[in-house]
Design a protein around this ligand. Structure first.
Ligand code: HEC
Length: 134
């Protein structure tokens, strides 16, 4: 009986400990999905595939692959110029969304930079977004 009690206490501590040290990047990506679904999906589509000729893809986009920080700039300042994404030309207007909080922008950037085949070693932080607002 005592053994079982000790074992349960141990198990509970392990579970609580792992929840505590949950990878901050994974947690941010998870929050970012919600920001994406509410603020980006209507144009860039559910799986970041975009709509050819109108909304460029975010999935495996070569536009920000080398420098995912660009995602932050595009969200803060919008984009209204001719761009090439994965060999296709786009020339529409993306409105800026600087009303999103620093944390929301960091989270959605981590989500986009690590979804649908995208991978980024960097982890984006609210402090970085704050600095980019200037
Ligand atoms: C109203 C539609 C719309 C919404 C909402 C929108 N975008 Fe865009 N986005 C565009 C358009 C259009 C472009 C291309 C702009 C151009 O041609 O200059 C673009 C371009 C981009 C690019 C650069 C090009 C690429 O494909 O890599 C990124 C990154 C991006 N958007 C991310 C986002 C994120 C993240 C959100 C949500 C926070 C978002 N967008 C919300 C329409 C939208």
């Amino acid at each position: 009986m005592k053994k079982i009690a000790v074992a349960s206490v141990l198990t509970i501590s392990v579970i609580m400990f792992s929840a505590f040290v949950q990878n901050p990047k994974e947690a941010s990506i998870k929050r970012g999905k919600e920001v994406y679904d509410n603020n980006c999906m209507s144009c860039h589509q559910e799986n970041g595939e975009g709509i050819e000729g109108s909304f460029p893809p975010l999935a495996k986009s070569d536009y920000f692959q080398k420098d995912p920080k660009k995602i932050i700039t595009v969200i803060l300042k919008g984009l209204n110029e001719e761009i090439k994404v994965n060999g296709k030309t786009y020339n529409m207007m993306m409105p800026e969304q600087s009303y999103l909080s620093d944390e929301e922008i960091a989270d959605v950037t981590n989500y986009v930079a690590n979804s649908w085949g995208n991978k980024s070693k960097a982890i984006f932080t609210p402090a970085q977004v704050k600095a980019a607002r200037k």
